[in-house]
Design a protein around this ligand. Sequence first.
Ligand SMILES: Cc1cc2nc3c(=O)[nH]c(=O)nc-3n(C[C@H](O)[C@H](O)[C@H](O)COP(=O)(O)O)c2cc1C
Length: 198
Amino acid sequence: MTNELDKKKRADAKAPILDAIKHRWSPRAFADVAIEEERLDAIFEAARWAASSYNEQPWRFGVARKREEEAFARALDSLVEFNRQWAASADTLVVTFAKKTFSHNDKPNRHAWHDVGAATAHLMLQARDLGVYSHAMAGFDAAKAEAAFGASDEYEAVAVLALGYLGDPDELPDDLAKQERAARTRKPLAELFFKMDR
Ligand SMILES: Cc1cc2nc3c(=O)[nH]c(=O)nc-3n(C[C@H](O)[C@H](O)[C@H](O)COP(=O)(O)O)c2cc1C
């Protein structure tokens, strides 16, 4: 089942691309299996090596493992109801944070969220390469997530990531199971470019 689903979810790429990019997709059904510490370390190590404006590395992570029941419950509680219903099956919830100002001059870093996104992409692709799946969420209460991890005013919560091994789509409510089995789609490449007026 898992392999068949992976096949269906594979990016229908029109040019040769990296395997991890081709095979990454966002599941909502996760298995009740813990991610090994070394794998989790490698996943965050990949995030650490992302590029960033002035090499500020504005990304920070709040990590809640399922076995740490209280922390996990608090991270889960920051999610909107729709996300909470499926993200409860994840093994690990990660809140991503952005440091809002540059450390060298205290000026606003208007690329902080860009760089957190880049680090998140590294994280997700490294995870997939290790067989770990990820699903990003914007549907959460930032104030709750910031309070849960004691983030000061210097930081703001950007997103929450659900991480884990692939689960059984049959365990999802019908509408979500249908989405879990649907092929992934993207805009055509030609739609992504602006043309200069000449
Ligand atoms: C920043 C961000 C926020 C997202 N928020 C949610 C969310 O709140 N709930 C959800 O179910 N999926 C969420 N998604 C998942 C997207 O819907 C998904 O990535 C998109 O449909 C493409 O599918 P794919 O990741 O399988 O290629 C989010 C993704 C990103 C990158």
